[in-house]
Design a protein around this ligand. Structure first.
Ligand SMILES: Nc1ccn([C@@H]2O[C@H](COP(=O)(O)OP(=O)(O)OP(=O)(O)O)[C@@H](O)[C@H]2O)c(=O)n1
Ligand SMILES: C[C@](O)(CO)[C@H](O)COP(=O)(O)O
Length: 221
């Protein structure tokens, strides 16, 4: 059984609006991306790490690795125009059957215990998708009219999303659709039942500048 982690770092970070894509910004003295990789590369469940990044940033990444003496083994792959394409490129180097986790490079607060639990659940059930319950009241707006919804029915989905390699490789054979916002939506489109696992509220995605402040505060504990 081989474990893989595809870390997708091929985005531009347009909503962050920084000089470099947000995955390279520092959090506690280390680029966000390095925190995300380090969380995966820990004993006893050590996956093969596949890092997907736009080729324009490969040299920048190598310099950062030297600067921070970052030696965690990984295979560097070129990213695509969409997240879907980036994941598909990452999947191209998977050679053995096993379990694959797909993780946003910009979710640096997932810890190894959480990651291990998801790998194990996917090994037992075929897939494991972390999600947390909506904590706020929720409303749907249609034609300018808002209606209250029952929040018990709504979950916020996170990464790492874990699957058997067979399932994810097959799912990514499908042509791209706009509604493929994550890996679960791609797998679901094949008719496979998606199994939600317990997510973590601290596992935030760095999207806007204020998320850096939240992440730093969470890391301080
Ligand atoms: N072509 C793309 C687009 C996104 N991603 C990755 O998918 C994750 C989630 O995407 P998101 O937060 O939307 O990142 P960006 O696309 O960089 O941000 P924005 O939408 O604000 O431009 C990120 O780790 C991002 O690097 C990727 O690998 N390849
Ligand atoms: C994959 C993801 O992080 C799950 O929550 C999310 O769907 C990415 O969405 P984005 O709008 O591209 O940031």
């Amino acid at each position: 059984m081989t474990y893989y982690a595809i870390i997708v770092a091929g985005g531009t970070g347009s909503r962050m609006g920084a000089q470099v894509p947000k995955q390279f910004l520092e959090l506690k003295g280390l680029p966000i991306l390095m925190h995300s990789i380090k969380a995966f590369y820990q004993w006893p469940l050590v996956p093969k790490i596949i890092l997907v990044m736009h080729p324009d940033y490969h040299e920048h990444w190598k310099k950062l690795c030297d600067e921070h003496k970052f030696t965690t083994p990984h295979t560097l792959i070129s990213g695509g125009k969409t997240r879907f394409e980036s994941v598909k490129n990452g999947l191209s180097v998977i050679s053995s059957p096993g379990i694959v986790a797909v993780h946003d490079a910009v979710r640096p607060l997932a810890d190894h215990e959480f990651i291990t639990r998801l790998f194990q659940q996917a090994q037992q059930n075929g897939n494991a998708i972390p999600a947390v319950k909506c904590r706020d009241s929720i409303r749907k707006v249609e034609n300018g009219v808002s209606v209250s919804l029952n929040r018990e029915h709504y979950y916020l989905v996170q990464t790492p999303q874990c699957f058997t390699t067979e399932l994810l490789l097959q799912a990514y054979e499908q042509p791209f659709r706009e509604e493929f916002t994550d890996d679960a939506s791609v797998v679901e489109a094949m008719g496979t039942k998606i199994l939600l696992a317990e997510g973590e509220y601290k596992n935030i995605k760095i999207t806007y500048p204020e998320d850096l402040i939240f992440a730093e505060a969470i890391m301080r504990g």
